[in-house]
Design a protein around this ligand. Structure first.
Ligand SMILES: Cc1ncc(COP(=O)(O)O)c(C=O)c1O
Length: 447
């Protein structure tokens, strides 16, 4: 297989086009998360990945790319990262699933809880949506209340009805369920206070990512959690993205706060399917079977939850984070990306059109036309131009341990080479330069 060096322009998507043409007959949406779907990428792009290596991925036509979003932020060390693969293989040779729990479940439970520090119990699952839904269920059972509060401006917490019913994509979700999730503006105490005033003694929990849109106002998380507690409401901190990125293990440690429960996934097992819910004993014990005479709460209960190979991946990922200070490396790469792209956009007087958001663990770019409107056409065009140059970019650089300075430099160089066309598109319209249709929002009512 001939691999194209990333400096060469990639123009051959023949096998990708064949894949694109067939896959939708087989798999609704063509992928197993809508975020990987064809409507999230320009048409001149890889339709699928054959394999990955470090920070690189390869498509069916043999094209090689630096992958910027690290498997939707799940790969914290790199693709096919040897110490993780070795540990996974080691577990596989001992058997992957048994009719009683595997002993390794206790090992990872103790180690992860020790890392989290403030929580006593843990429950595993294969997907993040499962643990956020489990947290919400516990909160309802614990408080005897129905309503769930979530920030309106955060994109995603679960594919389950309680969350999707509060987006624009409500098909298949009864209106009674939709009405049970209420919203406030993230990082805004007044908005949260108004919600508690509007629904007194009705909100079971607030579920929120710790930091997402903005740098947090001083003491915000602590004050918000206190406010929730004063109102008899539990706080669920969703660390799916922030876990192993903002701090080790996550933002609850960075800010020294004590949410009642926290949910984890993505980067904690380097892309393997290991997610978990951690929480205080008094709430988590509701899912237990020890309290004779108490009503049983059916928490997470799945055949594959204790799969040993994924647990092995989680343990090996912890080993690597602790051995090499992976967190500092990843954040340094993110900061380098931010500093270099900021300087580049300013040099080309495009800082109002290509705006950096500041998180060095998840560095994103917003795309705006000359009138200041968020523009999906410009976004798609920029991604098209970067993909041609061997950079698989979806608007976010989420560094992993295999991204080194040379890779950040290559991404920035490809961006620099793509800016002249962006300038022309801003003046003449993106339509002149974009092949195919712009990317569309995942959460839209109409296909
Ligand atoms: C903040 C957050 N919570 C929960 C989820 C759901 O995780 P999963 O896709 O593993 O179900 C996601 C997925 O993108 C997420 O970003």
């Amino acid at each position: 297989m001939e691999i194209q060096a990333h400096k060469n322009m990639i123009t051959n998507f023949k096998k990708s086009d064949e894949y694109r043409a067939r896959i939708h007959d087989l798999i609704p949406g063509g992928a197993h998360t809508y975020s990987k779907g064809d409507d999230q990428f320009p048409i001149l792009s890889p339709a699928a990945i054959t394999h990955g290596d470090g920070c690189f991925v390869f498509d069916p036509d043999g094209n090689k790319y630096i992958e910027c979003l690290s498997g939707l932020a799940s790969v914290s060390l790199g693709h096919a990262y040897k110490p993780v693969v070795d540990r996974v293989v080691q577990e596989l040779y001992k058997g992957n699933n048994f009719s009683r729990p595997a002993t390794i479940e206790m090992e990872v439970a103790e180690r992860f809880l020790n890392l989290v520090g403030i929580h006593d119990m843990i429950k595993f699952s294969k997907n993040g949506s499962v643990v956020t839904t489990a947290a919400v269920k516990i909160a309802r059972a614990y408080t005897g209340r129905k309503l769930i509060a979530r920030p309106i401006d955060h994109p995603f917490y679960s594919y389950d009805d309680w969350f999707i019913g509060s987006t624009d994509v409500k098909s298949g979700i009864p209106s009674d369920i939709q009405a049970l999730t209420v919203t406030y503006t993230s990082d805004n105490m007044d908005s949260l206070r108004e919600l508690f005033d509007k629904y007194p003694n009705q909100i079971a929990c607030v579920i929120s990512e710790p930091e997402k849109m903005n740098v947090l106002p001083h003491n915000y998380l602590k004050d918000a959690i206190d406010l929730a507690h004063k109102n008899g409401t539990l706080w669920i901190m969703d660390e799916m993205i922030t876990g192993y990125k903002t701090a080790y293990p996550g933002s609850l440690k960075k800010y020294g706060v004590e949410p009642d429960m926290a949910t984890w996934g993505k980067g904690i097992a380097n892309g393997f399917s290991f997610c978990c819910l951690t929480g205080k004993k008094e709430v988590m014990e509701l899912g237990g079977i020890r309290k004779k005479g108490a009503e049983k709460l059916f928490l997470v209960s799945t055949t594959h939850g204790g799969e040993t190979c994924s647990i092995g991946a989680a343990l090996a990922t912890m080993d690597e984070f602790e051995k090499h200070n992976v967190l500092a490396h990843n954040q340094a790469m993110g900061q380098l990306f931010i500093d270099k792209t900021k300087a580049l956009f300013a040099e080309h007087k495009l800082e109002n059109n290509l705006r950096n958001l500041q998180f060095n663990w998840h560095a994103s770019i917003g795309y705006f036309d000359n009138e200041g409107n968020n523009n999906f056409g410009l976004r798609t065009l920029f991604h098209q131009e970067l993909i041609k140059r061997g950079i698989l970019f979806q608007g976010i650089f989420c560094p992993n341990y295999s991204h080194k300075e040379e890779h950040v430099n290559a991404i920035v160089e490809a961006m620099s080479d793509s800016l002249p066309i962006m300038k022309k598109a801003l003046d003449q319209g993106y339509e002149k330069f974009l092949v195919g249709e712009p990317i569309k929002p995942v959460f839209r009512k109409i296909i």
